[in-house]
Structures are given as structure tokens and as C-alpha cells.
Design a protein around this ligand. Structure first.
Ligand SMILES: *Cc1c(COP(=O)(O)O)cnc(C)c1O
Length: 400
């Protein structure tokens, strides 16, 4: 604490810092919400404390790039939500996915992945991992022979729960079984579904990955990633976060923790609204096809029903308009409150255009293989009143 005799600059520096507030620990009340620990570093009590903290004999934080109270708090909430042992948060979904994969593969290893993936992950698997001598085989995880693609050096099976952007749903339990039989890890990106709809760890996956930028954050105001799994695997990945400097900042971790309090309410409403919109669009004369696992006509419906929380299929859908780029462009321009954004899963309904955004760098052959066309829009159904969403989309469709 600064004493009266110290000069102004010294008093400004040393009055009211956390050391003063250690006295709070003896108080009989505490903040209802976890404070944001905006500090880059933690001050040790003394030299013996340094030894004890580094050696794991005493509790204590060291440096915010390593871990801090806000990431620990949100990691704990996520682990509880997924029924996993431990959870981590990262500076983005991409860093969560890339660092988790890099934690388990080395030069000479092999990965079997679904080809229908978030564009950035597809790019990482196809182009980046090659530089490190890791090979990837892409196989259809629904109709293809995943087991047949496994080699003696296969370390990892990788897919998404609801594949982006055609909303296909692989059978998690079956893939887990194949991974266990061959001693591979099975990682799954659960961004589109969330733990409200399905808990892949319970179905045998080793690691659940997230772009927390999407439903977990849910308010279009933060970029973050997450991984939840067993203690040992999480400890391995935590080392990579420290090494590559990919931890989430305290303020964003706090925002993410706040968002998670309402995850269940939000994902339920997103799903209920999306089912109504999908049913409306399926019957619409200007629509060629609707991709939504909640529709009874979807080839993924039975698999989704068997794994998902009853009646919930998420807020994401894709639609093929009768037409191509011109029609897609007209519809996008004719929806005043449904914004055109290259992302998804915020509270508001938004539209995106995979061929021009998330999958922009796919070759024409890759686009075709992934079933992505220039007449295809992806809708992220928000928390507005379903009738208002339907009426806005309906008016836009009248323009084509
Ligand atoms: C957005 C997204 C990612 C990438 O996450 P960022 O937070 O943008 O880094 C990964 N997977 C899926 C399914 C996504 O939608």
C-alpha cells in the first residue's frame, strides 16, 4: 500500500492494486458473478511460493498466456455441459481445432476426415498439414468406408456433428467404435449442434471441438474456440496453447461464460424456429431443396433423431433456390433485417452464401464434391418470432 510520504507518480502506481484487495478474502460476501481478471501476470507472495506453484504443490496462477481464472471458469462450465473431464478455451475456433490436431499427430502420421468441413479446417488438413508430413484421406463419414481408409499409422478420425454447410449428420457412436477398435483418436466439431442437442463424449468421442464464436457465444460479439475431453488429452493440448500463445483473453472468456448461462434456452428456441422455417421453405415453389436434419424428408433425419435431444435439430439450414447466382443475390438483397454475414449462430437470423464466403477457396471440383452450388443459401435462424422470419424470407422469394 502506498504511504502518504510517497510522490504522486508512485502513489498512482501502487494504491488500490490487487494486493490491497487480498483483504476481500476475509469478507462475508463475494461477487455474484466472477470478476474479469484483467491482468497479464500474477505476483507471487514469496520465493517458496514460486517453487510450490511451479511444482504443482500449491495453487496459484503465473502468467495469463498460461492460464487465468476466466479461462478456467469457462472451461469448467463447458466440461460440465459436455459431461467431460476438463475443458479449454482458445483465441478462436480455428486455434482450438488446429492445436488439438497438432497435439496428437507427428510427421509420418495419417488422418481420416470427412470431406464436408468448415472451409478453414479443410484448408488446414489439405494444405498445411502436408508441410509437416501428415497425410489426410477424405472419406464420406455417412455412406463411405471409414474403417477401410484406416492405415497402421492413422492417429485421428475427424468430422463435424452436423456437417457444414449441408447439415449432414454422421453416426457418432459408430465412428467412436471404429476409432476405439483401431486405437485412433476421434475428434468432432460440435459447433452447429452444441451440448444442448448432443454430447459426443457420452457417445464415445475423445474430444469435442467448438468455434465458440457461434452458438456458445451466441451474440456475434466475440471470437473464441473450445475443446472438451478427458484430463490427459486436455493436459496435452493445454501445453500447445501455452506454446503457440492461443489462450482466450480474460474479457472474452468472461463474455463467453455469461453467454453459456443461457445456452439451453437459446439453442431450444433456435431449433424450434428453424423447424418452422424449414417446413415453410420445403413447401415453397421457389425452393428446389431444403437441407435440415429436422425435416422428415431429410436423409439424415433418422440418424439425427436417434442421437439428438428430442425435437431439437439446431438453427442452421441450407436451401437450394430454383436458380443460380442471380437469384441468390436478389434474395440476399431483399431481406432488410436478415443480414448477409459470413458467419452464423448469433441471436439474429442471418444469411450466408457458402460458395462466396466460407468455401470461397474450394476448387470447382471440390465445390461439386461438397454439394455446394451458386444457388445455395445458408440460413442461421435466430431468436425472433418465427412468423416474422418466415414473412421476410417469403417476401424476398417473391422477387425471383
Ligand atoms: C466458424 C467455424 C469454425 C472456425 O471457428 P472460428 O471461431 O471462426 O475460428 C470451425 N468450425 C465450424 C463448424 C465453424 O462454423
Amino acid at each position: 500500500m502506498a504511504s502518504e510520504e510517497k510522490k504522486l507518480s508512485t502513489r498512482l502506481i501502487h494504491t488500490g492494486d490487487w494486493q490491497d484487495y487480498k483483504k476481500f478474502q476475509g469478507y462475508h460476501s463475494a461477487p455474484e458473478s466472477l470478476p474479469i481478471y484483467l491482468t497479464s501476470v500474477f505476483a507471487f507472495d514469496d520465493v517458496p511460493s514460486v517453487d510450490q506453484i511451479y511444482d504443482g504443490e500449491a495453487e496459484g496462477y503465473i502468467y495469463t498466456r498460461i492460464r487465468h481464472p476466466n479461462t478456467d471458469a469457462v472451461g469448467g462450465i463447458l466440461a460440465a455441459a459436455e459431461e467431460g473431464e476438463d475443458g479449454l478455451v482458445f483465441s478462436s475456433g480455428m486455434s482450438a481445432i488446429v492445436l488439438s490436431i497438432l497435439s496428437v499427430v507427428s510427421e509420418g502420421d495419417h488422418i481420416v476426415s470427412s470431406p464436408v468441413l468448415y472451409g478453414g479446417v479443410h484448408d488446414f488438413l489439405t494444405n498445411e498439414l502436408k508441410r509437416f508430413g501428415v497425410e489426410v484421406t477424405f472419406v464420406d463419414f455417412i455412406n463411405g468406408d471409414v474403417e477401410g481408409a484406416i492405415r497402421p499409422n492413422t492417429k485421428l478420425l475427424y468430422t463435424e456433428t452436423i456437417c457444414n454447410p449441408l447439415l449432414e449428420v454422421p453416426e457418432i457412436g459408430k465412428i467412436s467404435g471404429i476409432a476405439k477398435k483401431h486405437g485412433c483418436y476421434f475428434f468432432i466439431d460440435n459447433t452447429f449442434a452444441t451440448s444442448v442437442i448432443v454430447k459426443p463424449l457420452v457417445l464415445g468421442a475423445d474430444l469435442v471441438l467448438y468455434s465458440a464464436t457461434k452458438y456458445l457465444g451466441g451474440h456475434s460479439d466475440l471470437v473464441a474456440g473450445a475443446a472438451v475431453g478427458g484430463k490427459e488429452l486436455i493436459a496435452l493440448i493445454r501445453k500447445k496453447i501455452v506454446l503457440y500463445g492461443s489462450i482466450l483473453s480474460p474479457a472474452e472468456a468472461w463474455l463467453l461464460a455469461r453467454s453459456l448461462r443461457t445456452l439451453e434456452l437459446r439453442v431450444r428456441k433456435h431449433s424450434e424456429n428453424a423447424l418452422k422455417v424449414a417446413e415453410y421453405l420445403e413447401a415453397h415453389p421457389k425452393i428446389e431443396k431444403v437441407y435440415y436434419p429436422g425435416l422428415a424428408s431429410s436423409p439424415d433425419h433418422e440418424r439425427a433423431k436417434a442421437q439428438f435431444t428430442k425435437g431439437l435439430f439446431g438453427g442452421m439450414m441450407s436451401v437450394d433456390l430454383k436458380g443460380g447466382e442471380k437469384e441468390a443475390s436478389t434474395v440476399i438483397a431483399s431481406m432488410p433485417s436478415i443480414k448477409f454475414v459470413p458467419s452464423l449462430a448469433g441471436y439474429a437470423t442471418t444469411v450466408s452464401y457458402s460458395a462466396k464466403t466460407s468455401h470461397r477457396f474450394y476448387s470447382p471440383e471440390e465445390l461439386e464434391a461438397a454439394g455446394i452450388t451458386f444457388g445455395q443459401l445458408r440460413l442461421s435462424i435466430g431468436l425472433e418470432d418465427a412468423e416474422d422470419i418466415i414473412s421476410e424470407i417469403g417476401s424476398a422469394l417473391e422477387r425471383i
